[in-house]
Design a protein around this ligand. Structure first.
Ligand code: GLV
Ligand code: MG
Length: 273
């Protein structure tokens, strides 16, 4: 998924609109977007919303509360006892892979949704690869806001650089997707575009959004342009012409790593499996 739009679990009236906003996925939030006193009501209405028949796309899931809290346990229990069907469940404050084992175990028998742990603490980062390769994990979200708060840093590029790089390597090693924290200034389109281009360059595969107006920019950042697709095709053609040896294209060496990058571009464009 290139883009994932969060909607507050306390506003089920917004779900239908969010599903039509152009994001690849919509995540109904039971965690930070819902005030402590509203958790039970939001939980019940989210389960109801997830039990309604819907189109296959975009994917729809929800974020539970941290599994080490009573609210997190109640969210999971409510889901597994209901007729709700989520395409994915986001697991905030994931700090250790055992949490994923417990959640996957609790959902056995239920049509098991994909799990999306959120790494957003120093402890979680120290288990990045184990979390990324946990059961049913389809991707990881980098929770930059909580991560910065945990370390006592700001959300500038430099303080978060090491965490993003570590997560990119962990996600690639586990063969899963990696989404970045939403860009918090919803009116700053240029800042969104610039920072999203940077995280894509680091190896992220998508980004979460907190406002529908961010979706088009995020989708564009993670969709190869026609020029990139054309160049990827030229690279593959040059390599094919060289019969598997190294080739030169526009004076630059084309060998296996360059081929992998070209194939990845065509995959991201949905042009090959
Ligand atoms: C997301 O949950 C974040 O903390 O950035
Ligand atoms: Mg968070």
């Amino acid at each position: 998924m290139r883009s994932l739009l969060f909607v507050p679990g306390s506003r089920p009236d917004r779900i239908a609109k969010a599903l039509g906003a152009g994001a690849d996925a919509v995540c109904i939030d039971l965690e930070d977007a819902v005030a402590p006193g509203d958790k039970a009501e939001a939980r019940a209405s989210v389960m109801e919303a997830l039990a309604r028949p819907r189109e296959q796309s975009p994917r729809l899931g929800f974020r539970i509360n941290p599994i080490r809290t009573p609210n997190g346990l109640a969210d999971l229990a409510a889901y597994s006892a209901s007729h709700a069907v989520a395409d994915f469940i986001m697991i905030p404050k994931a700090s250790h892979p055992v949490e994923l084992e417990i959640i996957a175990g609790a959902l056995e028998g239920h049509e098991r949704p994909h799990l999306w742990p959120i790494v957003e603490s120093a402890e979680g980062l120290s288990h990045a690869y184990e979390i990324a390769s946990g059961p049913c994990v389809q991707g990881v979200l980098f929770g930059g806001a909580d991560f910065a708060a945990d370390l006592g840093t700001t959300m500038e590029w430099e303080p978060l650089f090491h965490a993003r790089g570590t997560l990119a390597a962990a996600a690639a090693a586990a063969g899963i997707e990696l989404l970045d924290v939403p860009y918090l200034d919803v009116n700053d389109d240029e800042g969104l575009a610039a920072s999203t281009a940077r995280v894509k360059a680091l190896g992220f595969t998508g980004r979460a959004c907190i406002h529908p107006r961010q979706i088009a920019g995020v989708n564009a950042a993670f969709t190869p342009t026609n020029t990139e697709i054309e160049q990827a095709r030229r690279v593959l053609a040059a390599f094919a012409d060289s019969k598997g040896g190294a080739a030169l294209l526009d004076g630059k060496l084309v060998e296996l790593p360059v081929i992998r990058a070209a194939e990845r571009t065509l995959q991201a464009a949905g042009l090959v499996e």
